[in-house]
Design a binder for this molecule. Structure first.
Ligand code: ARG
Length: 458
């Protein structure tokens, strides 16, 4: 394709380092779609004769059928997917095929193809995230009233609703969807027609191809158009953030599935056994979701490093933009499906959760708040009195609710018997009705809002 000024062909090593077909063959649908739009525009603007355009269109459609049916026969000499399509087109329709590449370059072509691919990837992730949100809502609704220990520093802090805990992840995935959709709207400008870097002297119509390919408008600067990979980085950064959320949830599942916690039993379908220890039931899927997030962040870092020192406009380094994006997308898709499956089927052990929520003096804050509200102590003083009460209970080896009124009153005479109303974990959780709080009634409000946002009936 570019051999005119070369006497010798490339060495076999050059051929290998130069070729992107082993990975960019994934772009064949986008490549053909963009070529169909390009040639239709060339015909409409009179740059290519109508009969030639018809032949090119028929040839491209035939290639699409062939690739669909038989895959792509890779040839490293043909470098990339763009040359594979063009070479096959020449085999089918002869020299007329050479007219397709009028007024474009592989530089704007690859930017266009890759944008189309990443746009589809963003749409797939959005669907998967919506499915994940919807199972979170289902399980949260089931467990709005289930009480578990809430932690800070992984130390029992205050009892919370399990539904509330699950809805925290709903919020993270809601923000992830916003990030992808924001990135998608920024991506959606067509680079086609920027040609190699400087635009073209042919009277092309970039608006036409932009509309045909579902872009909002053409890009405004031809140099930027062929050197911009922000859209791929935006995808990878959003994917990294999303995988971080998945990883944190996966980590909680790993902890919760361990024997000392015993909060959950993961379904057989998402667990494995051990070849030596017959009792084992390992949370492999959760661990791999946690592990994959490291690889996704690695892919993001790889493209950041590739791009950081490149002058305008296109440099061949940019060919390395695709493998990290493809890898991250595969890993993210799998992680989202695995997490959705695990959440749908995980069994929560309400008894174990409750037991642990009762321990660790988790209603100490409720007691301190009672002192402020009912006995009118300043919060700092209440905090101190509560500390003494906790120390006494710890010495007695009992919970706060098991202390007698006399014992309370030895520490502070202002404590009266209705203090016992606030010491149970049920009372504690039910009292936290502040907007966004953990009271089951408030959690149900959050769930109702989420259902409305997702268009699920309430
Ligand atoms: N295979 C190349 C890539 O993926 C296509 C663009 C080649 N452009 C060039 N000037 N060599 O980036």
């Amino acid at each position: 394709m570019w051999g005119g000024r070369f006497a010798d062909g490339p060495s076999s090593i050059m051929r290998e380092i130069n070729a992107s077909i082993p990975f960019d063959k994934k772009l064949w649908r986008q490549d053909i779609r963009a070529s169909l739009a390009h040639v239709a525009m060339l015909a409409e603007t009179g740059i290519v004769e109508a009969e030639d355009a018809t032949q090119i269109i028929q040839g491209l459609n035939q290639i699409a059928q062939e690739f669909e049916a038989k895959g792509i026969a890779e040839n490293l000499d043909l470098e990339d997917i763009h040359m594979h399509v063009e070479a096959r087109l020449a085999e089918i329709i002869g020299p007329v095929a050479g007219r397709l590449h009028t007024a474009r370059s592989r530089n704007d072509q690859v930017a266009t193809d890759f944008k189309l691919w990443v746009r589809d990837a963003m749409d797939m992730v959005d669907d998967a995230l919506e499915a994940l949100q919807s199972v979170l809502i289902t399980r949260a609704e089931e467990h709005a009233e289930t009480i578990m220990p809430g932690f800070t520093h992984l130390q029992s802090a205050q009892p919370v609703s399990l539904g509330h805990h699950l809805m925290a992840y709903y919020e993270m995935f809601r923000r992830d969807r916003m990030r992808f959709s924001d990135a998608r709207s920024r991506l959606n400008e067509s680079p086609l027609g920027a040609a190699a870097l400087a635009g073209t002297g042919f009277p092309i119509d970039r608006n036409k191809t932009a509309v045909m390919l579902g872009f909002d408008r053409p890009t405004s600067n031809s140099l930027d158009s062929v050197s911009d990979r922000d859209f791929a980085l935006d995808y990878l950064m959003a994917a990294t953030q999303c995988s971080l959320h998945l990883s944190r949830l996966a980590e909680e599942f790993v902890i919760w599935a361990s024997q000392p916690f015993g909060f959950i039993k993961l379904p057989d379908s998402f667990s494995t056994g051990s070849s030596i220890m017959p009792q084992k039931r390992n949370p492999d899927a959760a661990e791999l979701v946690r592990g994959h997030s490291g690889r996704i962040a690695g892919a993001m870092t790889a493209l950041v490093m590739t791009m950081k020192g490149l002058p305008l406009a296109y440099s061949k380094d940019m060919q390395d933009d695709k493998p990290p994006v493809f890898e991250a997308h595969d890993l993210l898709g799998l992680s989202l499906s695995a997490m959705t499956g695990m959440i749908a089927e995980v069994a929560f052990n309400e008894v174990k959760m409750r037991e642990l929520a009762e321990s660790g003096f988790s209603t100490a804050t409720d007691f301190a708040d009672w002192l402020v509200r009912e006995a009118k102590l300043p919060f700092r003083e209440a905090h101190h009195v509560t500390g003494e009460v906790v120390a006494l209970a710890e010495k007695q080896g009992c919970g706060l609710a098991e202390l007698t009124l006399e014992q309370f009153q030895i520490i502070d005479a202002r404590i009266s018997k209705n203090v016992f109303d606030v010491l149970s974990i049920d009372a504690s959780v039910a009292s936290r009705l502040s907007y966004g709080g953990t009271a089951p009634n408030q959690v149900k409000v959050q769930i109702g809002q989420a259902k409305q946002d997702l268009g699920l009936e309430d």
